[in-house]
Write a protein that binds this ligand. Structure first.
Ligand SMILES: [Zn+2]
Ligand SMILES: [Zn+2]
Length: 145
């Protein structure tokens, strides 16, 4: 059995995958997310501080939604987070395009085979599966690489 501490309330719970949150906190987290999403839908250009103030959701939680690529914000929005590689402002995810490309190249080199990124191969499903596989593994190891 896989038991963990909830990263939000600290209680022990049975880990079933995804974010390290217990069932109750996962629901709360989802509610928070919906609140932010709805607010941004109505006010697409609101700055982060205002979104946080109006929704009652902490800035760090909003940033987390962006990191997870869960929350999508408009191009004109002043909201942004920093690329974990070079610190440039990005809208969502962990890295800017340049760092993402550089990292995937480095990753490809360390494995020892070239990456064929340019072509969109028809075998999307197998790529998806591989991706899922890695994602699940990352989650099991705490998503830190
Ligand atoms: Zn919890
Ligand atoms: Zn970068």
């Amino acid at each position: 059995m896989n038991v963990r501490n909830c990263s939000r309330c600290g209680r022990l719970y049975q880990y079933v995958g995804g974010k390290p949150l217990c069932y109750a906190c996962k629901e709360e987290d989802e509610k928070d997310f919906q609140k932010v999403k709805e607010y941004l839908y109505e006010h697409p250009n609101a700055p982060m501080a205002l979104v946080s103030e109006e929704t009652g959701i902490s800035i760090s939680a909003i940033r987390q939604f962006l990191r997870e690529e869960r929350l999508i914000i408009s191009e004109n929005s002043p909201i942004g987070i920093e690329c974990e590689g070079c610190g440039v402002s990005i809208k969502t995810g962990r890295y800017c395009k340049e760092c993402a490309a550089r990292l995937s190249t480095e990753l490809g080199q360390s494995i020892g085979r070239p990456i064929t990124r340019e072509k969109d191969t028809p075998s999307q499903t197998s790529i998806q599966k591989t991706k899922m596989h890695y994602l699940n593994r990352n989650k099991l190891h705490g998503n830190n690489r």
